[in-house]
Design a protein around this ligand. Structure first.
Ligand code: SAM
Length: 403
C-alpha cells in the first residue's frame, strides 16, 4: 500500500491529476485509512499504469513537441529526505497552526518540504549549508524570470555533446563513481555550461540542477558519495532533463549556517530538519559540491574527496549538536517552530547514534513556548509523558510564546 505522495513520486504525476482521473472515472478511487488518507494498492497502481500508457501513446501520435522529459524537485535520492513525510507534515501544520504566510526551511536539503508550502502559495525562505543544494534552490524557488525556450535548447545541446576526451571528471571519477563514458560526458557538459555567456544566474542553475540530478541517476553508488560500488554496473548513458519551471515572486534563498541565518530572518513557521547523526552531508555529497563549484580541486583517498571541507562541516553531526540546537531555537523569530527528528537511534557516540535526545529537544523547545509532539501514526503525546520507543519519525511543534 502506498500513500498519495509515493504515487506522485513513483509515476511523476501530481495529486491533482490523480483527482482528475478519479473524477473522470479513468481510475477507481482507492480505499481510505482511518485518517481519511488514500491508500493505493496494486490494483490502483495497475490502473494508473494503464492510463499513463494510453496517454503516452496518444501524445506520441499527436506531437513530439517537447522531446525532453521534465524534471521535478523530488526526482532525487537524498539522505534524510522528507518526501515520504509530506502528507504528515501538511496535516500537522494545517490542523494545528493559523495565519501562516512565510515558511522558512533552514536545513532545506532537496527543498521538498519548502516546496509543499510553496505550492500552497506561501512565501518561502530556504537555506542549506551545501552549495549544490543552493544551486537547486535557485532553480525551484528563484524569483528571476528565465527564458525557458533557451534553457530547453541548451539542455538539448548538452545532451548531444560528443565526449571522447578525458577531463577532470573522467580522470578522477571515471570507472569509480561513473562509467568512463558518463564521466567524460559529465566533464564535457560541466565545461560547456561554464562557457555559456548568455545565461542569467537562475538560467545557469537550471542547467546545473539538470546535470546534478542526471549524475545522481547514473552514479555507481547507493545514493550518496561516501563510497562507490566495487562492480561498475551503472552503464546507462547520462541524460539531462529540463527542470520544471516554477514562477515565483517572493522567496528568499540562502547558503549559510542556519544558526547564523536565524538572526536575520523572520517567518511565521520555521521548519527544522537537522542531520541526526555523525554522518556529515558535506562528505556524503562531496562529489556534487565539487562538480557544482567547478574549481577542480585535487581529490584524495579511496572516496576521492576534496580536502578542504571545513566550511561545510555541521555542528549537528558532532557532540556540539545539543548546544547548537539550543542556540538555534533561542534566536528564532517566528510564531511556530516545527522540528523533525529521527529518534530511532539512541543518543550516543556511534556513527549512527542520534546526537540530540528526545528529552533535549522537548526541553529546549519548551524554553520558547507550548510544545506538542506528533508521531507518524498521528498520535499526539503530552510532553510530560512522552514515550517514543518503537516509533520512527516525529514532529515537535512549538507555539512560540517567549522571546
Ligand atoms: C536531514 S537533511 C534535510 C532534508 C530535507 N528536509 C529534505 O526533505 O530533503 C539536513 C540538511 O541540513 C544541511 N545542514 C547541515 N548542517 C547545517 C547547518 N548548520 N546550516 C544549514 N544547513 C545545514 C545538510 O546539508 C542537509 O542538507
Amino acid at each position: 500500500m502506498k500513500v498519495t505522495r509515493e504515487i506522485e513520486n513513483k509515476y511523476n504525476i501530481t495529486r491533482q491529476t490523480l483527482h482528475n482521473w478519479i473524477a473522470e472515472e479513468l481510475i477507481t478511487p482507492p480505499q481510505k485509512d482511518w485518517r481519511g488518507w488514500f491508500k493505493w494498492d496494486i490494483h490502483n497502481e495497475q490502473e494508473i499504469k494503464k492510463v499513463l500508457k494510453e496517454k503516452c501513446e496518444s501524445n506520441n501520435k499527436e506531437s513530439v513537441d517537447s522531446p525532453i522529459e521534465s524534471l521535478k524537485i523530488y526526482n532525487r535520492r537524498y539522505l534524510g529526505s522528507k518526501l515520504k513525510m509530506l502528507d504528515f507534515i501538511e496535516k500537522v501544520v494545517e490542523e494545528n497552526t493559523s495565519g501562516i504566510k512565510v515558511v522558512a526551511d533552514i536545513f532545506g536539503g532537496t527543498g521538498s518540504v519548502a516546496d509543499l508550502f510553496r505550492q500552497k502559495g506561501k512565501s518561502i525562505i530556504i537555506n542549506d549549508i551545501l552549495f549544490s543544494n543552493y544551486i537547486s534552490f535557485l532553480t525551484w524557488f528563484g524569483n528571476e524570470d528565465v527564458d525557458y525556450v533557451k534553457i530547453k535548447s541548451k539542455i538539448e545541446e548538452l545532451n548531444q555533446l560528443d565526449a571522447n576526451e578525458d577531463n577532470y571528471v573522467s580522470d578522477n571519477f571515471g570507472n569509480l563513481y561513473f562509467s568512463m563514458g558518463n564521466a567524460r560526458k559529465i566533464g564535457a557538459i560541466r565545461k560547456k555550461i561554464e562557457s555559456y555567456n548568455d545565461l542569467g544566474n537562475r538560467e545557469k542553475s537550471f542547467l546545473l540542477t539538470s546535470l546534478m540530478y542526471a549524475m545522481d541517476r547514473v552514479a555507481n553508488t547507493v545514493g550518496h558519495y561516501d563510497a562507490y560500488r566495487r562492480k561498475m554496473d551503472s552503464l546507462k548513458p547520462i541524460y539531462l532533463k529540463v527542470p520544471e519551471l516554477n514562477r515565483n515572486r517572493k522567496n528568499l534563498i540562502y547558503q549559510m549556517d542556519a544558526n547564523k541565518l536565524v538572526h536575520d530572518i523572520k517567518a511565521d513557521l520555521v521548519y527544522i530538519d537537522t542531520p541526526y547523526n555523525s554522518r556529515q552531508y558535506g562528505d556524503a555529497y562531496h562529489l556534487l559540491e565539487n562538480i557544482m563549484n567547478w574549481k577542480k580541486p585535487q581529490v584524495t583517498g579511496v572516496a576521492k574527496k576534496f580536502k578542504n571541507r571545513q566550511h561545510i562541516k555541521s555542528d549537528y553531526s558532532t557532540n556540539r549538536a545539543p548546544k547548537a540546537f539550543y542556540e538555534l531555537i533561542s534566536n528564532i523569530n517566528s510564531k511556530y517552530i516545527l522540528v523533525s527528528y529521527n529518534n530511532m537511534a539512541q543518543k550516543g557516540n556511534g556513527r549512527s547514534n542520534a546526537k540530540i535526545s528526545n528529552e533535549e529537544i522537548i526541553s529546549i523547545l519548551e524554553g520558547r513556548g507550548k510544545v506538542t509532539v506528533f508521531s507518524t501514526d498521528y498520535n499526539v503525546f503530552t510532553t510530560g509523558k512522552t514515550k517514543i520507543n518503537g516509533h520512527k519519525e516525529f514532529l515537535y511543534l512549538c507555539e512560540v510564546e517567549r522571546n
